[in-house]
Design a protein. Sequence first.
Length: 251
Amino acid sequence: MLEIKGLTVDLQDEDKSILKGVDLTVPAGEVHAIMGPNGSGKSTLSYVLSGKDGYAVTGGTATLNGIDLLEMEPEERAAAGLFLAFQYPVEIPGVGNMTFLRTAVNAQRKARGEDELSAGDFLKSVRAKAKDLQIDADMLKRPVNVGFSGGEKKRNEILQMAMLEPKMCILDETDSGLDVDAMKLVADGVNALRSEGRSFLVITHYQRLLDHIKPDVVHIMAHGRIIKSGGPELALEVENNGYADLLAEEA
Ligand code: ADP
Ligand code: MG
Ligand code: MG
């Protein structure tokens, strides 16, 4: 599904290297977690994959089902099935949440050569998915994320993901700032979307989320690289011992 080889990335405006040779393969149907100290490049990796500007790719490749992601516009990457749930969801004053979702869903359907959803079908679908995530009707009518609590913003990201039905879902610290109940809702939302044809890259600081979203593989990122990969037990090791031992091993 997602194949990243030797990816190196600099900040565009400064002479600063952030990703220093990332190798990562996520097969179809699998859930991979990335953990790692603050500042190790986890968000940068998710931004570069989704096409945020401000970064210069200086080497390596990133493909989605064999298609070169790095050459595509962000909306083309989305149409190809890539989705990023932001670490810091953006507020969009003046744009109703429901309008935003409907526009995004129909733009993607159009890009895939499918017909637009009828207003009725869209409403039915969005209401059912919002209900599962305990997002009420009022939140659907308000401008995107404006005045939402931290937890509501994160649940709204999952609602977008559920509506867009992407193939490759990247969640950047979607659990940060959530209380236990909200985290469970988010995890349930992700688990409901797990399928053979869909993969997840879950960036998290906490082992707790991985109790609910069982990963196939856990990767540790530090200093712009994946320094170790293993099974779910690697997340437990980090929870118990921190990163010190792993960083010493790397050094
Ligand atoms: P993580 O998500 O693992 O905490 P980030 O990808 O956010 O790490 O950041 C990696 C490093 O790159 C940090 O040192 C951060 O300060 C730096 N960085 C990322 N984006 C920018 C930017 N736009 N301007 C300046 N520094 C940046
Ligand atoms: Mg961080
Ligand atoms: Mg981050």
